[in-house]
Design a protein around this ligand. Sequence first.
Ligand SMILES: Cc1cc2nc3c(=O)[nH]c(=O)nc-3n(C[C@H](O)[C@H](O)[C@H](O)COP(=O)(O)OP(=O)(O)OC[C@H]3O[C@@H](n4cnc5c(N)ncnc54)[C@H](O)[C@@H]3O)c2cc1C
Length: 281
Amino acid sequence: MADVVSLLAEHGDDAKPLAGGQSLVPLLAMRLTRFEHIVDLNRVDELFGVTADNGSVRIAAMTRQAAVETDATVAQRAPLLHLATPHIGHFQIRNRGTIGGSVAHADPASEYPAVMLALDGTAEIASASGTREVPAAEFFESTFMTAVAPDELLVALRFSAWDQPAGFAFDEIARRSGDFALAGAAVGISTDAAGRINRAAVGMLGVGPIPLRASSVEAALIGLAAADADPHEIGRLAADDMDPIGDVHASADYRRRAGSTLVGRILASALAQLTQEAGNG
Ligand SMILES: Cc1cc2nc3c(=O)[nH]c(=O)nc-3n(C[C@H](O)[C@H](O)[C@H](O)COP(=O)(O)OP(=O)(O)OC[C@H]3O[C@@H](n4cnc5c(N)ncnc54)[C@H](O)[C@@H]3O)c2cc1C
């Protein structure tokens, strides 16, 4: 780690960290970008692994997406990561691709950035002058741009477990299995002892220049009795929270309409899971 941050401090903009290479290598191969120095993170042991501590889970940046997918602590403390991971590319990509690489790359159609935003995750960032923590809400600055400066390294992500009962769901629409999503969403909902929704988080991907929260949907859910919430009606509000673009894959209008219908469906799944959890509890 000391070597990595000192190399980044020395070379600044001329150096780029290499994680799983699943986004960086294609960009280099297509000559879309070029760096004098590549700093390979693949043999830095401190950057791998999942640890549980004080009700939260810390996932080191180089942890492969395939390891996130199957880790029991992640499934228990940050279920949305577990649900979202199978939607990332194909197994071969998840076998090399890392959670830190995905978040640092900050593709607005990626799964992990939207989940990090929905779960109010925290990024641990290091440089030669020390470490700092950045909340998800301040991490994604613009398309492919994050709070990580050229001389800094994303070291880990931290997620706090939610109070129970809680329900979580993730889904997306893609043209083919394994393709980047045209629109997708990650939902978490929890209730108090009286069955009223006291926490609602909706992260969306593919429907704006950065991952977005559906704050209109969240506001409409808070305080409702979970049993009375109409997910499809409330999901429609998500259209106002989106800022989609049209491209060769789908028009902006399609993304807005399909995305808000999808939010309704995912809310319905999360509410159904919540009812089941509450029943079990
Ligand atoms: C065919 C194909 C399909 C794909 N489909 C999807 C998909 O559906 N959803 C999806 O989300 N992704 C998809 N991906 C991308 C994949 O998930 C990548 O693994 C991910 O975007 C980048 O992770 P990586 O570990 O490979 O990072 P790299 O490609 O090595 O790095 C990506 C960028 O992040 C920077 N970086 C990496 N780690 C750090 C760090 N610790 N600190 C600071 N900067 C860092 C690098 O310098 C680089 O700029 C796909 C890729 C391919 C090839």
